[in-house]
Design a protein around this ligand. Structure first.
Ligand code: ADP
Ligand code: MG
Length: 489
């Protein structure tokens, strides 16, 4: 099942991820400096972040609340007592000479995310732990030929490190895990999941072994900052490791770097020269002790999460599983959908489905074409909701709705105003339709005779002609009914 087969037999891929997620918070983990992205270099640096002598870190309780919320959202256990440790290493962008992190006693243990495998089955990916730690600063090497610069804006920003068990078995599962994790964190509003701005980045642990045998030695790949890169890095590593193993070699436990321009990984450091971080409890910080009541209060604030929303959209509105998953996958999209639905003031399943079709079809196409995301949509949820109601109540036809949609995109006008302006209201008055039909039939006596002699295909011709005469405004159902009544008598 799902094994990789070469001429030398079967292999199983084993993957575990360590995801760094930047906590959404206005200020840093142990200082009051701002976390604003895009500030000029060293604008957001306090004495704490610059590690001036004599300073003391003070825990930002909002960041702790965010970690608790994340732990609850990922089905983890919140540890009421956890500790901060110093992870010692020297680097120019780390003025303290150590990173404050959590080692033996993290704030969260356990948890899981459910993903859907390629065959549609659900699979739990278990989470080992989540701890909170400081981010480091950044060295800038490309602004001066002889000098490197240091920007400490990022130094001290709160990160959550989410470590999974080695539960993933291929690139598809790993990318689905990362997507789902990102989606949940964005629902929780604890991390913005913006991989371009490095607010979420993953280290990939990967090994190969023969099925039903012990796990193999893993390589850890740093620097994987998009889902596409994750898939590329996995493909590359699988090939590299199989080649070594099948030619009788051994995998070194080492840290490798992913190069996004070549799609390859290359050695960074081996286990032999792996850092000994000499972790020890940070003497400047007391144990992090939480009241159960604080955890309970945060649990009360948890929003409906993607899986629950998917299920509700299927159950209440009859959306297909595929459509419900798609709408729920991004919080802004789900909000757009539900706002539209609310403004249509109607709990009708038919409207709910039509609305999701218009979002997934027409709106996605327009957003794509204009390179926009749902929050930048030119069409408001309210206007789209109104459009769908107008279609469903037969005020306009689906065809005219597409024209209105385009005008709405360009002008941001309400659909009812556009209909008014253009005179596009559907003709739903039977007498009016009847008059047009009779006029047409009078003009085409031979065709009517042919129809009556059995050439039933001509029905479509009549419908087309009447639509032409009414500029597409005749209500199709009424037109059908009346035309049948007149012709078939
Ligand atoms: P360390 O403490 O050395 O970083 P961990 O046991 O915490 O090691 O594991 C780190 C990551 O590596 C986790 O995401 C885990 O799932 C993954 N991992 C552990 N063993 C393997 C393996 N044999 N193959 C692939 N991934 C693994
Ligand atoms: Mg690790």
């Amino acid at each position: 099942m799902g094994y990789l087969e070469t001429s030398n037999g079967k292999w199983e891929i084993v993957i575990g991820l360590e995801v760094h997620a930047q906590v959404i918070s206005n200020s840093k983990l142990f200082s009051s400096a701002s976390t604003q992205f895009g500030a000029s270099p060293n604008e957001n640096v306090s004495f704490v972040d610059a590690a001036l002598p004599g300073i003391l870190p003070v825990i930002n309780s909002f960041c702790v609340d965010q970690a608790i919320k994340t732990g609850l959202g990922l089905n983890g256990t919140i540890n009421l007592v956890s500790f901060f440790d110093r992870k010692n290493y020297f680097y120019a962008d780390l003025p303290q000479g150590y990173q404050i992190s959590q080692f033996k006693y993290p704030i969260i243990s356990g948890g899981y995310i459910e993903i859907e495998k390629e065959n549609g089955d659900a699979k739990k990916i278990n989470i080992e732990r989540i701890h909170i730690e400081q981010d480091a600063g950044k060295c800038i090497h490309d602004q001066n030929p002889t000098k490197s610069y240091i920007d400490l804006n990022r130094a001290g920003i709160a990160l959550m490190e989410i470590v999974t068990k080695p539960d993933m078995r291929n690139a598809d599962e790993a990318s689905k895990f990362l997507r789902k994790l990102r989606s949940i964190l964005r629902y929780l509003k604890t991390c913005d999941g913006n991989m371009d701005e490095a607010s979420m980045r993953a280290d990939l642990n990967i090994s190969m072994h023969r099925p039903e045998t012990e796990l193999g030695t893993r390589a850890e790949i740093k620097n994987v900052n998009s889902i596409k890169f994750l898939m590329t890095a996995i493909d590359f590593e699988v090939r590299r490791q199989i080649e070594i193993l099948e030619s009788g070699g051994k995998i070194e436990q080492e840290t490798r770097l992913f190069d996004s321009t070549t799609g390859e990984t290359r050695p960074m450091r081996s286990k032999e020269d792996a850092h000994d971080y000499r972790y020890f409890p940070d003497p400047d910080l007391p144990p992090l002790v939480l009241e159960q009541s604080r955890v309970d209060a945060i649990r009360q604030t948890l929003p409906e999460l993607p899986d629950a929303k998917t299920e509700r959209l299927q159950r209440n509105y009859g959306l297909s599983h595929y459509d419900a998953c798609l709408i729920s996958s991004e919080i802004e999209l789900a909000d757009f959908y539900e706002k539209s639905l609310e403004s249509s003031k109607c709990n009708d399943k038919d409207i709910a489905k039509t609305l999701s079709n218009w979002i997934i079809g027409e709106l996605f196409a327009f957003l794509n074409k204009h390179n926009k995301n749902i929050t930048q949509s030119n069409i408001s949820p309210e206007n789209l909701g109104e459009l769908v109601v107008l279609i469903k109540t037969n005020v306009i036809s689906g065809k005219i709705a597409k024209d209105i949609f385009e005008i709405m995109w360009e002008t941001q006008k309400k659909p009812s105003d556009i209909i008014e302006e253009k005179g596009w209201k559907q003709i739903t008055n039977s007498d009016e339709i009847k008059t047009v039909i009779i006029q047409l039939l009078d003009e085409n006596p031979e065709k009517v005779a042919e129809y009556k002699n059995g050439k039933e295909k001509l029905f479509g011709f009549f419908v087309g002609q009447i639509m032409k005469k009414t500029a597409g405004k005749a209500n199709p159902q009424l037109l059908n009914e009346i035309l049948h009544k007149i012709l078939d008598n």
